[in-house]
Design a protein around this ligand. Sequence first.
Ligand SMILES: NC(=O)c1ccc[n+]([C@@H]2O[C@H](COP(=O)([O-])OP(=O)(O)OC[C@H]3O[C@@H](n4cnc5c(N)ncnc54)[C@H](O)[C@@H]3O)[C@@H](O)[C@H]2O)c1
Length: 311
Amino acid sequence: MKTLITGGAGFIGSHVAEAFLAAGHDVAVVDNLRSGSADHVPRGVRFYVADVGGPEFSAILAKEQPYLVSHHAAQVSVPASVRDPQLDARINLLGLLGTLQGCVEHDVGRFVFASSGGAIYGEADRRPTTEDTPPLPLSPYGIHKLAGEHYLEFYRREHGLRSVALRYGNVYGPRQDPHGEAGVIAIFAERLLRGERPAIFAYPDQPAGMTRDYVYVEDVARANLRALQSGAEGPLNISGGSPVHTGDLFDLVRAAYGSDLAARPGPARPGDVRESWLDITRASDVLGWRPEVPLAEGIARTVRDLRSRRR
Ligand SMILES: NC(=O)c1ccc[n+]([C@@H]2O[C@H](COP(=O)([O-])OP(=O)(O)OC[C@H]3O[C@@H](n4cnc5c(N)ncnc54)[C@H](O)[C@@H]3O)[C@@H](O)[C@H]2O)c1
């Protein structure tokens, strides 16, 4: 089946491209290399360096005629969205709208949107948080992901575009950028490899750090495949299904690396959610999907990848 992945030169998108290729799909990637790298795009994929949503993107859709579009192109930093909400809106909302419009004009059959559980729910009063919990996004990034999901509904009602929003937890694994503001496992591992003490950002009343719900990137790629096969519609939480304090996470990364360096405390950043824990029952029921890679194993693979890339 013909599949087009936006943001496929990025961390998650490149794993999604790999999973679709391995499952026998004909895969194309569109990415403007804002944060991605051409080296991440798997061999055997047609690669277009272009912006999503613009006229060039429409021409690519006309040429490729994909059945499925999996939308992973985005600005992914919550603090960057707080500093510059308009930039976030241009990439994450207008970029999505242009992509959806192109999909309608070129008869795309199905659309997968990389959404965000933690950023959409904010400080949810129910944990683990189910998909029907009222959203309370704290950052422009979360606001635009939520608005994006409303637009999926609009395009489904108005134009019949079938879609699913995969609300990811904290995704981690090989190829994650250790120099950005997101991706704490890659950041911890990179700092330890350099012999530096990483900071654990924490609120004063939560000294062990915030809690996050981590999911290995290959499990996320598999969820994208299942989303296509199942024909599921609407939002689905995709995560590890258990909360982990950042302090405990650091201990796991340190154990995988074999380091005895201690972390240093740092202040929570604007927009940081205190607790995140997603209920994955619906994904399990609807997609027949569950995460398979345990956290310690996933961290060990991530550390191995970073080590080999540094050599
Ligand atoms: N990493 C996580 O934990 C996480 C959690 C929840 C949701 N998500 C979502 O998953 C998706 C992928 O995130 P990631 O972590 O792989 O980030 P990433 O930065 O590695 O990937 C994003 C890709 O999009 C590309 N891109 C950015 N703007 C573009 C544009 N206008 N046109 C074309 N390409 C563009 C970048 O070059 C990059 O390759 C994003 O939508 C993100 O919001 C990620």
